[in-house]
Design a binder for this molecule. Structure first.
Ligand code: DQA
Length: 158
């Protein structure tokens, strides 16, 4: 029996204020709206969707994802640009990581151009508002499928 797919979708600081925080940058969808979009895009996979304003809590959830998740979609918000601790925690994962942003940080202030997540991510989806999350979930599912498929094929040849 194949293992059930579990996607962790983790969100960093200030994303609890989505919908009211700089809507001209981040849009009008709330975090609850984004969660619903992720669940709809997940095609029956389990979605563990969380947000925190505490960096250590995010690190703990990443450690949890090591044990429990098939893939991780991460919008680390401002910690993307600042956190070596986050980078180090992500490096311990062997599951696919998809970096996700509502805005396109590369087209914004210089301090947002550095990402401590990108070097350990399979890919980045940014700039599409809440649609970024749907695309990121789809990408994560595809990466999980590819891994499962690859394992199946290598079993057949041995
Ligand atoms: C963000 C982009 C970050 O630069 C910013 O600090 C955020 C949100 C985004 O989703 O566009 O808080 O990650």
């Amino acid at each position: 029996m194949p293992e059930p797919t579990v996607l962790y979708v983790l969100n960093g600081p200030n994303l609890n204020l989505l919908g009211v925080r700089e809507p001209e940058v981040y849009g009008h969808a709330t975090l609850a709206d984004v969660q619903a979009l992720c669940e709809a895009a997940a095609d029956g996979a389990t979605v563990v969707f969380r947000q925190t304003n505490h960096e250590g809590e995010l690190i703990d959830w990443i450690h949890e994802a090591r044990e429990k998740a098939s893939a991780l979609v991460l919008n680390a918000a401002a910690w993307t640009h600042t956190s070596v601790a986050l980078h180090d925690a992500l490096k311990t994962l062997t599951i696919p990581i998809v970096e996700c942003h509502l805005s396109n940080p590369a087209a914004r202030e210089r301090f947002r151009h550095r990402s401590y997540v990108s070097p350990v991510a399979a890919g980045v989806v940014s700039g599409f508002g809440s649609f970024s999350y749907e695309l990121a979930v789809k990408a994560a599912l595809r990466l999980v499928q590819e891994r499962t498929g690859a394992a199946g094929r290598s079993n057949q040849t041995t």
